[in-house]
Design a protein around this ligand. Structure first.
Ligand code: BES
Ligand code: MN
Ligand code: ZN
Length: 503
């Protein structure tokens, strides 16, 4: 499970803090460090500038160095993290540098750390945003998933103090602290959920998580399960689950924080394992398909943070939970299903299942009166082809909602990139036997997948976030453990908070 670290804000100068390690930073190409790093360098008798002069310390992006201080300052070690070229510096890099630094501290066996805020001084970032990024980096960097390891990892950072000598800035930091922490904890939880093996993360588990959130935060919970889906006209969601021993289900958590402001629905793709169904994936193609519920996890994580922060706005959290497996009962290419509301879909590829389950979930959101709908899904490999792992892919039918989603990502240092949704693309998924088909014919796979879902939002403001490239990373990076990233959770929370303020 996510390891718990205690993070706090304190005053004073970093070079005077007694901790196992203090964290400072360095831009690439700087010969004599200034600011807090300069103060530490001076207190250490020029140790850092000597290391720079030797070419031992360069400040390249996410490079980390841990030096002993030999009693010259109260801290036993100094951790220096590279920020890369100052021209390329931004919030995302501040967060990742913070993560890389605490990871280096953890590797070195340091238990208590103190850090400066990365980017608030020479970096030129907005201090409050830089602080939030630094804190996100601390939590994200120290995250590990070891619930399934038999050995116990001893090297754990227990405490990180964020040191700021300026009282006004500390006040700004304290102001944003509650949401920063609620978001960080939600992100860690989401990573646990997504990392959990598919044997232990089934549609039943997603329901149990939602039930637990409902009990903890007083949300109302509705679950439409198994055959009940058919009675409610949701053949598309039902159909995807036919090959699984676990009943598919539509899970709905309702938060009521303010009336008369519209009703925002966040809808997550919760495919707890995607084998492709009868249109079976390759062995390699399904190695990471436990992550196909990451959209659902982000929505549930957002629900947790909203439960903690109680913004004055009403939100629906919907999860379409299902396992996509082949079997004698599985749906088949050529099948036609009816989506809630009556439209029919011809299934040509059972591996294009996300759009099917989200069709029912989005249609349902519209039918109960959601005024705005945002779906989050690991929908297409094509989104990864388009943007790699650097950004989520966005499209939709409403400028205001789309820019709100973009703004929320910007604020949380997450990247998202908008694609067009020209009406001509609708030709790509016309069927000869049903209203539409579930796969496209002419490329633009990520757009087509999204627009199929959007068909069921009809004229309701809707946005679609394809997170296939951003929620999971197989390799370890300097700033993160391998596996789930918790991506998009923070931006969803931000969207809700902005929504509450702006309305
Ligand atoms: N869950 C996958 C998409 C995916 C692929 C997510 C790789 C993360 C990494 C989705 O259900 C899928 O299989 N999509 C197909 C659609 C195709 C059959 C039209 C795809 O992208 O190949
Ligand atoms: Mn699939
Ligand atoms: Zn899928």
């Amino acid at each position: 499970m996510a390891h718990r670290v205690k993070v706090s804000i304190s005053g004073g100068s970093i070079e005077k803090v007694a901790a196992d390690g203090i964290i400072v930073n360095l831009f690439e190409g700087v010969r004599v460090p200034g600011g807090a790093t300069g103060a530490v360098d001076e207190a250490l008798g020029g140790l850092l500038s000597d290391a720079i002069a030797m070419g031992e310390l360069k400040g390249t992006l996410y490079e980390t160095r841990v030096y002993p201080t030999f009693g010259r300052i109260p801290a036993k070690r100094v951790v220096v993290v590279g920020l890369g070229p100052s021209k390329e510096f931004n919030l995302l890099r501040a967060e990742r540098a913070s993560a890389a630094a605490v990871r280096a501290g953890a590797r070195a066996g340091l238990r208590t750390l103190a850090t400066i805020v990365h980017g608030a001084g020479i970096g030129g970032l907005d201090p409050q945003k830089a602080f939030a990024a630094t804190v996100r980096g601390i939590y994200k960097g120290l995250y590990r998933f070891d619930a399934y390891r038999s050995g116990k990892e001893e090297r754990q950072v227990e405490m990180v103090e964020v040191v700021e000598r300026n009282e006004e800035k500390r006040e700004l930091y304290r102001h944003i602290w509650p949401e920063t922490q609620a978001i960080a904890e939600a992100v860690a939880k989401v990573r646990d959920w997504v990392n959990t093996p598919p044997r232990d993360m089934t549609p039943e588990t997603l329901e149990a998580i939602a039930r637990n959130l409902a009990e903890t935060y007083g949300f109302s919970l509705e679950v439409i399960r198994g055959e009940e889906l058919l009675e409610r006209g949701m053949e598309a969601l039902y159909g995807v689950g036919k090959g699984s021993q676990y009943a598919p289900r539509l899970i709905r958590l309702s938060y009521r924080g303010g009336e008369g402001k519209g009703l925002l629905a966040l809808v997550g793709k919760g495919v707890t394992f995607d084998s492709g169904g009868l249109s079976l994936k390759t062995a390699q193609g399904m190695e990471t398909m436990k992550m196909d519920m990451a959209g659902a996890a982000a929505v549930l994580g957002a629900a947790q943070a909203v439960g903690e922060l109680k913004p004055k706005v009403s939100v629906e959290f919907l999860v379409a939970a299902v396992e996509n497996l082949p079997g004698s009962r599985s749906q088949k290419p050529g099948d036609i299903v009816r989506v809630q509301g009556g439209k029919t879909v011809e299934i040509l590829n059972t591996d294009a299942e996300g759009r099917l389950i989200l069709a029912d979930a989005v249609a349902y959101a519209r039918s109960f009166g959601a005024s705005h709908i945002v779906d989050v899904a690991t929908l297409t490999g094509a989104a990864v082809v388009a943007l790699g792992q650097e950004a989520s892919l966005l499209l939709g039918n409403d400028e205001e909602l789309l820019s709100a989603v973009e703004k929320a990502h910007e604020a949380q240092g997450e990247r998202i990139w908008r694609m067009p949704s020209w009406p001509e693309y609708r030709e790509y998924f016309k069927s000869s036997v049903a209203d539409i088909r579930n796969t496209g014919k002419g490329g633009a796979g990520a757009i087509v997948g999204g627009l199929i879902i959007g068909t069921f939002a009809e004229d309701r403001p809707w946005a679609h976030i394809d997170v296939a490239g951003t929620v999971f990373r197989e390799e370890e990076t300097p700033y993160s453990a391998p596996g789930a990233t918790g991506g998009t959770t923070a931006s969803l929370v931000q969207l809700v908070l902005d929504w509450a303020k702006g309305r």
